[in-house]
Design a protein around this ligand. Structure first.
Ligand code: NDP
Ligand code: GDR
Length: 326
């Protein structure tokens, strides 16, 4: 059997880096899309760049020509579309760019696959943000009600993925993933902001952490487990969409409490509020029902939010200790 070939957009992001690791370990040839920037931004995959089976290509989801050329040249067996402007609050400040990347970008990629007449499997990184105002628990059959330009853009991509499956028979699936975190999480998402804050407070670098809405409830899982679910979706015998979640809701306040107490600190002594971190429309509560993934893919989460907070605090502590050289 020939070496399977995967193409990942968003390979420099949290999920892309874990997925690249997983696929390389499974023997894949992995091709990743990287964006040109004035200084290199590949710290999450630096440890993989010695791999002979890893190939990085310049391109952008807003540049259809680059996608057409790459898909034509690589001829992947599996495409994972993880690239996105993924910050909900930023999407209110950059709605048009968010739509171009997170909505039309998916269409551009699907059209590139169609133009190349490829028999390949396609994974779309859909999100619990598409449920938005719909009350939990949310499953594959819950109604969508996005509450941000990000959620609305992702909803377009979700439906266009379904449509390409139905219209052209493409093996295209949408993974509706609930929040998942790790030590590689971007610093301006709330979990990482909290765990970095805890490590900095403990090291005496700062004394306060400024946050917005503490009442929001999210279903936080561990990112390495979630990329395994993505891969399983593309190995399934039929293309169908899946919710991936832990099924347990935790408020931002509770996550704070867990992270601070892991370091022997009381969050109430350090956390202050700034309305600047609120969103024009908030998503109050997301808690997923992943029974379908459990039943059809044999996937189940292993790490709960409190354990996750501990893993992330320990990683941020180690980073600070390394920086301070102690
Ligand atoms: P990150 O923000 O960590 O990574 C996003 C990736 O997309 C980066 O590699 C980034 O490149 C790339 N990217 C951004 N804009 C473009 C563009 N215009 N063209 C090409 N690539 C681009 O996200 P995550 O890894 O956390 O998430 C992966 C995907 O899953 C995203 O689509 C996200 O919306 C979705 N998702 C994430 C969830 C989560 O909880 N993490 C939950 C549900 C869905 P660069 O490094 O150059 O910025
Ligand atoms: P989310 O993640 O919007 O759920 O999107 P984020 O961590 O940004 O926010 C979670 C909740 O925390 C509240 N919050 C704050 N958020 C940030 N970023 N910074 C703060 O200081 C702060 N204070 C309180 C927010 O209001 C919100 O309620 C993530 C992204 O990964 C998306 O790409 C993905 O699709 C969804 O998860 C599922």
């Amino acid at each position: 059997m020939s070496t399977p070939r995967a193409f990942i957009t968003g390979i420099t992001g949290q999920d892309g880096s874990y997925l690249a690791e997983l696929l390389l370990a499974k023997g894949y040839e992995v091709h990743g899309l990287v964006r040109r920037s004035s200084s290199l931004n590949r710290h999450r995959i630096d440890h993989l760049t010695h791999e002979e089976r890893l190939h990085l290509h310049y391109g952008d989801l807003t540049d259809g020509v680059s996608l057409v050329n790459l898909i034509h040249a690589i001829r992947p067996d599996e495409v994972y579309n993880l690239g996105a402007q993924s910050h909900v609050k930023v999407s209110f400040e950059m709605p048009e760019y968010t739509a171009s990347t997170d909505a039309v970008g998916t269409l551009r990629l699907l059209e590139a696959i169609r133009a190349a007449d490829l028999d390949c499997r396609f994974y779309q990184a859909s999100t619990s943000e598409m449920f938005g105002a719909t009350a939990p628990p949310q499953s594959e059959s819950s109604p969508f009600y996005p509450r941000s330009p990000y959620g609305a853009a992702k909803l377009y991509s979700h439906w266009v993925t379904v449509n390409y499956r139905e219209a052209y028979g493409l093996f295209a699936v949408s993974g509706i993933l609930f929040n998942h975190e790790s030590p590689r999480r971007g610093e301006n998402f709330v979990t990482r902001k909290i765990t970095q804050g805890v490590a900095a407070i403990e090291a005496g670098i700062t004394d306060t952490l400024v946050l917005g809405n503490l009442d929001a409830v999210r279903d936080w899982g561990y990112a390495p487990e979630y990329v395994e679910a993505m891969w399983r979706m593309l190995q399934h015998d039929e293309p169908t969409d899946f919710v991936v979640a832990t099924g347990k809701g935790t408020s931002v306040r509770e996550f704070c409490e867990a992270a601070f107490s892991h370091a022997g600190l009381d969050w109430r002594d350090h956390v202050t509020y700034d309305a600047a971190y609120e969103r024009p429309t908030e998503v109050d509560a997301l808690i997923g029902d992943a029974s379908k993934a459990r039943d059809l893919l044999g996937w189940k989460p292993e790490t709960d939010a409190v354990t996750l907070a501990g893993i992330m605090v320990d990683a941020d502590r180690a980073k600070i200790a390394h920086l301070l050289n102690r």
